[in-house]
Design a protein around this ligand. Structure first.
Ligand code: PMP
Length: 415
């Protein structure tokens, strides 16, 4: 496995941003710096440490599934986000595990479900760090095209039909969807598409010989600019096939990295076994802090503030792109999250080795090359004329200046 893994582009992009401060990074998925909850954290940590018993508990090892209070509030939060529509039994702390970021859960689930050579069904494009997990575990990918409301269900069915005919259906264990303000495209999957996808997966289970799960990564769920969001797949009657991955990284603090999963059996037990091998529990200290944040009721206020902040920053980027990007450059307008997915005229390429990327780096601005977000699916060519631009971490001034620089580079390349 060590030999198989290549240097993950995310580490390079993130360390470049930190090592060369003059570079404006529209690449890394950092969150907004000025709205990080410093006051709120100070307040709850002060409370936590003003009582010796609670302070000791926080500084002691915890359990593998995580703090019961936090798991209870977390399951409740998802139930509220689902408008209390789902079967109440699905939002049980016993189905909830706290993880070190949702990234750890994505890894654990992949590790538990997939054997070498198995096939992952992923969105086209998808979250590029997840593709690193797939590569490390020697998994193959089949990519399902994205439409404006989620994956193309016709193509999903076609792929499963092909795999059934070739006898490879038993190698399929899950479909991975990033359902809210997707990284990288900004697209949100409609409730109908989620239930439609679940139905299709279920119809192939008999031939697969086992359940086929929907891994719903909801990392950006709380970052919708407007409060109204489509519900999670959890509310579908197929709740026992949904592996729900969530995180407090984006809506609270990326530095605390508290993620979670709502999982059906037997996956819950398998994940707990694997997590015991990994770390036998997420840092108790961070969980104690998060518990108090949720319990205080101030979390909801904080998220409201973030939503407005990101809507504002998205608009700053939009206006700058309109002003500086040449004709022929297009983008998808997100309703939340941290990203614009931008496509340039197809005569140009945006890859890490392209003239455009090098010229951008020379101009001290970087983006995520779109081709990194496409799985190695041998049945189609990877598009290489897109880029992911983040308005998350950069300041307002840097968003404007970064887009101005990128606009200049794009014009020069097009000329
Ligand atoms: N899923 C998606 C789609 C993401 O973009 C990210 C972070 N970039 C994660 C999961 C992992 O986030 P964390 O581990 O901080 O919860």
């Amino acid at each position: 496995m060590g030999r198989r893994m290549t240097d993950p582009p995310v580490s390079w992009l993130m360390s470049l941003a930190l090592a060369r401060p003059q570079v404006i990074s529209l690449a890394a998925g950092f969150t907004d710096n000025v709205t990080l909850p410093v006051e709120l954290s100070r307040q709850v940590l002060h409370e936590l440490f003003s009582e010796t018993t609670s302070a000791r508990a926080a500084l002691q090892y915890g359990t593998t599934p995580g703090d019961l209070g936090l798991r209870t509030l977390t399951a409740k939060r998802i139930q509220v986000l689902d408008n209390n529509r789902g079967d109440a039994a699905l939002y049980d702390p016993a189905r909830t595990v706290m993880t070190h970021g949702s990234q750890q859960l994505l890894y654990l689930l992949t590790e538990c479900l997939c054997d070498e050579g198995d096939i992952l069904l992923v969105e086209d494009p998808t979250y590029f760090v997840f593709l690193g997990i797939a590569q490390s575990r020697n998994l193959r990918c089949r990519a399902v095209k994205m439409e404006k409301d989620g994956v193309n269900l016709g193509q999903l069915k076609k792929i499963l039909e092909e795999l059934k005919l070739s006898g490879e259906l038993p190698r399929v264990k899950m479909l991975y969807l990033i359902t809210y303000h997707q990284n990288p495209s900004g697209i949100t999957t409609s409730f109908e598409k989620k239930t439609g996808a679940l139905e299709i997966l279920r119809s192939y289970e008999h031939d697969a010989g086992h359940p086929i799960y929907l891994l719903e990564d909801s990392a950006y769920r709380e970052l919708g600019f407007k409060e109204q969001q489509p519900e999670s797949g959890l509310v579908a009657s197929g709740g026992e096939r949904v592996l729900y991955a969530g995180t407090y990284s984006k809506p609270f603090a990326t530095g605390a990295r508290i993620g979670f999963g709502l999982l059906p059996e037997p996956l819950m037990t398998s994940v707990l076994h694997a997590k015991t091998n990994h770390d036998f529990g997420t840092a108790n200290f961070l969980q104690a802090m998060m518990y108090r944040v949720l319990k205080s009721g101030l979390y909801v206020e904080h998220v409201k503030k973030l939503r407005q902040r990101y809507e504002f920053k998205a608009n700053v980027m939009l206006e700058a792109m309109k002003q500086h990007f040449p004709k022929g450059v297009e983008w998808i307008e997100p309703a939340g999250g941290l990203y614009y997915w931008v496509s340039v005229p197809h005569s140009m390429s945006t890859g890490m080795k392209s003239k455009l990327f090098k010229a951008a780096l020379d101009a001290d601005v970087i983006y995520v090359p779109g081709d990194l977000c496409y799985a190695d699916d041998p049945t189609r060519r990877k598009p290489n004329y897109e880029m992911r631009l983040s308005f998350g971490g950069a300041s307002e001034e840097n968003i404007r200046e970064g887009i101005r620089r990128l606009g200049e580079v794009l014009r020069a390349q097009l000329a």
